[in-house]
Ligand binder design. Structure first.
Ligand SMILES: *Cc1c(COP(=O)(O)O)cnc(C)c1O
Ligand SMILES: [Zn+2]
Length: 391
């Protein structure tokens, strides 16, 4: 597919294909891919199904593993509970590394074309990058905040990434990573500035565009790249006439990391060169625990364009949604993924909905333990069992 890049801030066009941000706007001038692609390749699955709609460098090697093509399951009991006429769960936890981030990392690794790839990540972008780089024989350098869940770190160590655990928050890890990328000339996978990452996440929206339309699509929001990408995919499928009507987007943030929400409400103070901030962002939903969301502009625009809205949910509501998602929907969600369901529970949403369950519960065992509680200890003795059964 042929494509061009334009600046999301000043609108300037004709940036070189390897530019990451706008030369006149600087690092906040995030670029967007513009193209008129063909429809999906009916004979392929996953990312490769959408090759005709993706900006891929000529001759680039592709990962040999299946990314995307995640199942959409009906959740009638959860729909009843939430007062929806129909609810479907898009189970992104079924991606190779267990989250939707695989779609973006697939693009990152393909665009790196053999170079070392670096990213800062709360965990999922990192582990997915480690997987994709492994398939292509590329080196991955990862910066994670010190609070990143152990299962995520373990995953990337096993896949052979070079991992730096940064003392501080995600935002500190991001800053160090950006400096290191400048210094070493690594290829940046950071969704915040790399315009091709949104194109990867777009494929989730393209897949949603191939199934029956819903009134709402609920998506959790951290940096904002995911919601922007999924919306772009839905719009492209609608333009092609494959998706009959566009849904409204429900963007869900955590109460304790709601910088994008504040901008959407018009209560923020972000400017062209100043992103919104949520000081001391700290929610159990680590994947959306973002204090300085770089993609807030595109996120807010996507939600507004769709006629949708945003909502914030508490950690308690997220834990409740983890249980509901599992017990009523059969899907094991990590906290940030359950946040989408918590959002649907929190607001009056009428009609049918799809919740994007963005990552697997296996990603965050401590979070799952909080939501699930502890088992009952018992000696290997029937009398003792009976006692505890009645307790
Ligand atoms: C990254 C991530 C999100 C949010 O995506 P953003 O692009 O940061 O808004 C949501 N859920 C999971 C599981 C993620 O890994
Ligand atoms: Zn610009």
């Amino acid at each position: 597919m042929k494509w061009t890049l334009h600046c999301s801030v000043c609108g300037s066009k004709d940036h070189p294909a390897d530019a990451l941000t706008c030369a006149s706007c600087g690092i906040w001038g995030i670029l967007e891919v513009e193209a008129s692609g063909l429809g999906p390749d009916q004979n392929a699955l996953g990312m490769e199904r959408y090759l005709p709609m993706l900006p891929i460098p000529e001759g680039a090697a592709l990962p040999a593993i299946l990314v995307g093509n995640t199942p959409v399951c009906e959740a009638p009991r959860l729909a009843d509970k939430l007062g929806l006429s129909r609810l479907r769960l898009k189970d992104e936890g079924r991606n190779p590394s267990g989250s939707l981030k695989d779609r973006a990392s697939w693009m990152g690794a393909v665009h790196a074309q053999g170079r070392t790839v670096a990213c800062a990540s709360t965990g999922n972008a990192a582990s997915s990058l480690a997987v994709m780089c492994a398939t292509l024989g590329e080196k991955a350098v990862i910066f994670v905040p010190e609070r990143a869940p152990a299962p995520k770190i373990a995953q990337l160590q096993v896949f052979g990434a070079r991992v730096f655990r940064v003392k501080g928050s995600y935002d500190d890890a991001y800053e160090l990573c950006a400096q290191a990328i400048d210094h070493f000339g690594w290829y940046p996978r950071s969704a915040a500035i790399n315009p091709y990452m949104v194109e990867g996440k777009k494929t989730c929206g393209l897949e949603l565009g191939e199934i029956e339309a819903a009134d709402w699509v609920a998506i959790s929001v951290g940096d904002g790249c995911t919601v922007a990408g999924i919306w772009k995919g839905l719009v492209e499928m609608h333009q092609l006439g494959i998706l009959s009507r566009l849904p409204r987007i429900l963007g869900v943030q955590a109460l304790r990391a709601k910088a994008v929400y504040k901008e959407w409400r018009g209560k923020g103070d972000a400017g062209p060169a100043r992103p919104p901030r949520h000081a001391l962002a700290r929610t159990m939903a680590d994947s959306i625990s973002v204090g300085i969301p770089r993609n807030w502009r595109r996120a807010v625009r996507a939600i507004d364009e769709s006629g949708g809205r945003m909502v914030c949910v508490s950690d308690a509501a997220i834990q409740e949604a983890m249980r509901q998602c599992a017990r009523l929907g059969g899907v094991y969600a990590e906290p940030a993924a359950a946040a989408a369901v918590a959002g649907l529970a929190d607001v009056e949403v009428e009609g049918s909905a799809i919740a994007v369950v963005s990552g697997s519960g296996l990603k965050d065992v401590a979070g799952a333990q909080k939501a699930g509680g502890a088992p009952t200890d018992v000696p290997a003795d029937l009398g003792a069992l009976l006692e505890r059964m009645n307790a």
